[in-house]
Design a protein around this ligand. Sequence first.
Ligand SMILES: [Zn+2]
Length: 366
Amino acid sequence: MTPATAADHFSQTYAQARQRFLDAAAAAGLEVASHAHPLKGHEGEDLALDVARDGPADAEAVLIISSACHGVEGYCGSGVQVALLHDADWRTQVRASGVAVLYLHGLNPHGFSWWRRTTHENVDLNRNFVDFSKPLPATPAYDELARAIVPDEWPAPAAAQQQLAAYAVQHGERGLRGAIGNGQHSHPNGLFFAGTAPTWSRLRLREVLREHARACKRLAWIDVHTGLGPSGHGEPIYTGRPSKTAVERARHWWGPEVTSTLDGSSVSTDVQGTVPQAAHDECPQAEFTGMALEYGTLPPDQVIDALRADQWMQNHPDRVDAETRQRIRQRVRDVFYVDTDEWKTAVVAQGQLRASQALAGLSSPP
Ligand SMILES: [Zn+2]
């Protein structure tokens, strides 16, 4: 039976979200290929990257819609994917277009289940797609602030807060956000750790792209995120190589509201090693148009503080009692998932719009 409202497509646990996705794919008559994760979830459940393809194997154009690049953000993206699979109008549009839609459910299923942003390697997957055969970039700003960002004590000591505040006075709030969040390779127990090797999720994702997107001529990607911007507003952030033509194409499809970290118009800072790099590496034959659909939740300070507390807890599990653990976990989920019908309804409406626009863009090449 088709769920009645947009909010019904969203879940409270990874296992529930996964089941909803599998059920929705089955109801749509789609097969799902599951790439099993080596570890178990928070409730002991199996974890996987689940892949469903809606469209011909030899489609000239492919649209990827993915969830949970940042684990816990998957509660949002999964809801969008399940809503689309249940949306008869959308599926009719897809069939008429000849475009193949590739749903990637749970890019980082471990973080999805454990209510963490990172992978089980403690890596930010959206910073992990760098060339590890080359020297990794230094991050002096993060290094300087590392012990203030994730202090040894939590709540953070006054000295740590003062150091961050002083940095913001000197470099601006945006400068501070960049120093913390642009990604770093030298503090595996810190925030926004980009890793020193490809993660499980990166390897699986590249396999999926090899299987599904090696032959297409045009490839688009909507990667659903949360945690930046005004609550319930989905900012379309251009993702892909620094290319004026590609940014213009993204704005032609999705409107002038497409922002870009390349020209400073985005709420996001300029991060390296993002997921769409995989598309450039694996599908060089395709014209690529990508966006991160970034839904706002709570103010940035609250989001960062939830991540700081979570990383402190990971670093000192022996110092955390069960009640504190639950409170910190819940806080992480709350800052990446606004669990109200109003928010979910707004999320689905914008997800449907952005997907339809991508379909139109892909089916009418210049
Ligand atoms: Zn994200």
